[in-house]
Design a protein around this ligand. Structure first.
Ligand SMILES: *Cc1c(COP(=O)(O)O)cnc(C)c1O
Length: 398
């Protein structure tokens, strides 16, 4: 069956929640995808920062195959080997002492919201998040998301969420009330347009949390797991949160979410406080274990930093050749955004479509930046191909 046939079938049965590219993907390997018409794509999105080791990484696929033949699922009524192994690895390589596993980023943030409320003294339930943030689509996670367009039509929203304007510590402190229990933020806003929070700003948020006895929750769903060149983004920022949430790249494509925290905070949850039927399923955790081990192997994360610099340099080169179209390059490691100028910002989707026609997948984030999230195994030659395609497109539209 070809693209058009598959698209027609899909469009007949799915609720229309996605505006998809007119293509059905059938195969992937490394940084490449193939559609049902046999056309190849160079992937600079990695399933939205998920397939960080590349599509169908042989060791991940083998771990899934092996575990699927041994034990697929038992629920969290029992302990399993892969779950414990993955938990030990994440804890040994982070600030955390304890983990909770679930199935997605939104669920990890839901767990963080519940844990923050349960941990805090009675009457403290408010969570402050930042404007422009993205924390997921379940009702509490979407309410925590500081973008009104995601709230419309879903009112009444759960109580206890407050939004702080981006970058202003004074206003943030004024928003802290007797009910506040936590501040939730992404160290770098992904969906919000690849917008990093300055180190001093994050240090200020940490200081406010300490002063007012609030929990600091870092949503590392997109930037965690090697994306920035360290296993977790907080490591490079030198700021230690109380809770981090993870998901996307943790199992290279299988659905998983996790919350990591300290012994003291974790103690607020007791048997029955929170649960997930599938969370930390043996197959998913077997894949996750390979992901963590691969990323921690010698040179891998340094390679991410080096290739991130290379990509940022190529994008900066384009911005200086086409100052009318593109401006600032921002990001960390292999999450990089190229901001479009006010004159061209309305043409972001058009540029992404032209890249798509050229066989390269990327997207337009926060209506401000072309966002590039290649698999972390991307090569300099593949980055060159992206830069050449952008050069051609910018030349054409300028
Ligand atoms: C993608 C994302 C989420 C939501 O994850 P899902 O797995 O889609 O629920 C939450 N936070 C951030 C920062 C994300 O990028």
């Amino acid at each position: 069956m070809n693209n058009n046939e598959l698209i027609a079938r899909s469009n007949r049965v799915f609720i229309n929640t996605y505006s998809r590219y007119p293509v059905a993907m059938v195969e992937g390997e490394g940084c490449r995808l193939k559609d049902a018409d046999g056309r190849e794509y160079l992937d600079f999105l990695a399933g939205i920062a998920v397939c960080s080791l590349g599509h169908c990484h042989p060791a991940v696929t083998e771990a899934i195959r092996e575990q699927a033949g041994r034990l697929l699922h038992v629920s969290n009524l029992y302990h399993t080997v892969p779950q414990t192994e993955l938990a030990e690895l994440l804890i040994a390589n982070s600030f955390a002492d304890r983990i909770f596993m679930c199935n997605s980023g939104a669920e990890a943030n839901e767990a963080a919201i519940k844990l923050a409320r349960k941990y805090s003294p009675a009457g403290k339930y408010e969570i402050i998040s930042l404007e422009g943030s993205f924390h997921g689509r379940t009702l509490a996670a979407v309410t925590a998301t500081g973008q009104p367009r995601f709230h419309e039509g879903f009112e009444p929203l759960p109580e206890g969420f407050v939004y702080a304007p981006f970058g202003d510590l004074g206003v943030l402190e004024n928003l802290i009330s007797a009910q506040t229990c936590a501040i939730l933020c992404e160290p770098l806003q992904g969906e919000g347009g690849v917008r990093p929070l300055a180190r001093e700003y994050l240090a200020g948020i940490r200081a406010l949390c300490d002063k007012h006895q609030l929990l600091l929750i870092f949503d590392e769903v997109q930037v965690g797991m090697g994306r920035t060149g360290s296993l977790f983004a907080y490591e490079q920022l030198g700021i230690v949160p109380d809770i981090i949430t993870l998901a996307k790249a943790l199992a290279n494509g299988l659905p998983i979410g996790a919350l990591l925290t300290t012994e003291a905070v974790a103690a607020a949850f007791t048997p029955g406080s929170h649960a997930s039927t599938f969370g930390g399923n043996p197959v998913v955790c077997a894949a996750g274990k390979v992901v963590v081990e691969t990323m921690l192997a010698d040179g891998f994360l340094d390679g991410v930093k080096a290739k991130g610099k290379y990509l940022a340099g190529k994008l900066a080169g384009l911005a200086s050749r086409y100052p009318k179209i593109a401006g600032e390059v921002r990001g960390m490691g292999l999450i990089q955004g190229l901001l479009l100028t006010p004159e061209y910002v309305a043409r972001g989707a058009e540029i992404v479509n032209k890249l798509f026609e050229a066989g390269i997948l990327a997207n337009f984030a926060g209506n401000v930046a072309l966002r590039f999230l290649p698999p972390l195994i991307v090569t300099e030659e593949e980055i060159d191909r992206l830069a050449e395609a952008l050069d051609e497109i910018f030349g054409e539209i300028s």
